[in-house]
Design a protein around this ligand. Structure first.
Ligand code: SAM
Length: 256
């Protein structure tokens, strides 16, 4: 794809645009949009993904923070059936979108706000059913990290308590303008039918997980001493263990 505008790339908004048509088609094939789908795209940029998905679905909305890009997108005759919203996605209520629920959420998202976007997804999980994001490869590895590995950490547990995450494929840096320093990956996310944590236990769960992983070389008996964990539970979950050896289910037990 040739750069279509005289756009000045803004680093603060994570602007690395996709330029490889084959890759864009591969991403869309993975997302597999169906005519009845209601799709929300986060960060359409100049519309590289938007223009392929729009003819395939009945409802498409896209949220973009950059006013210059919104002006450009709104002027594109071929994209007039897409609802463009000029907003910070983190301030968007999914229930207030101009497209029907449930929603499929997609996006080559700004890497600097990947974690906040993931927590935003969890908070609003009653309004969407599937999500496909391009993220840093390192982030994909963390989100899908197996218990006991280096990649397994706070984010694996926090996100994994609510969502099932799968890496679809990796992407090299040279398909973007400007070229990022890191590798990327497409991930697919679905909601767990039975999340590991109930809403009422969420705050305690978040604190326990953060505290346990704040010093991952330390045993739980040191990092979790202030949480009033029962002796019975300590018998069940050996407190000489280190945080990366605990499954998500075991962390959820501690938060009950
Ligand atoms: N989808 C385009 C592509 O693949 O070429 C652009 C992807 S670029 C990595 C991320 C896009 O998200 C940029 O267009 C950027 O302006 C936009 N963006 C950054 N922060 C945002 C936010 N908080 N809310 C909505 N859009 C945002």
């Amino acid at each position: 794809m040739v750069k279509k505008t005289q756009h000045t790339f803004r680093k603060k908004w994570g602007q690395n645009f996709l330029t490889d048509t084959n890759l864009l088609r591969k991403i869309v094939k993975t997302i597999d949009p169906k005519p009845d789908d209601s799709v929300l795209e986060i960060g359409p940029g100049e519309g590289a993904l938007t223009e392929i998905i729009l003819p395939l679905v009945n409802h498409l909305a896209a949220i973009e923070i950059d006013p210059k890009l919104i002006e450009y997108l709104n002027n594109r005759e071929d994209l007039r059936d897409c609802h463009f919203i000029h907003k910070d996605v983190l301030l968007q209520e999914l229930s207030e979108l101009p497209i029907p629920a449930p929603i499929k959420i997609i996006g080559n998202i700004p890497y600097n706000i990947t974690s906040p976007i993931l927590f935003w997804l969890i908070e609003q999980r009653s309004n969407w059913n599937e999500a496909y994001f391009m993220v840093q490869k390192e982030m994909a590895d963390r989100l899908t990290g197996e218990v006991g590995t280096k990649a397994y950490g706070r984010l694996t547990v926090m996100i994994g308590a609510f969502l099932e995450v799968e890496t679809c494929f990796s992407i090299p840096p040279d398909v973007f303008i400007p070229k990022p320093k890191v590798k990327s990956a497409i991930i697919k996310m679905e909601k767990r039918h039975d999340p590991f944590v109930l809403d009422e236990n969420f705050n305690r769960f978040e604190k326990i997980v953060a505290s346990a992983f704040s010093r991952r070389r330390k045993m739980l008996r040191n990092t979790l001493s202030g949480f009033g964990i029962s002796e019975e539970l300590k018998e069940k979950i050996d407190f000489t263990r280190r945080p990366e050896t605990l499954t998500i289910s075991e962390f959820s037990e501690l938060a009950k």
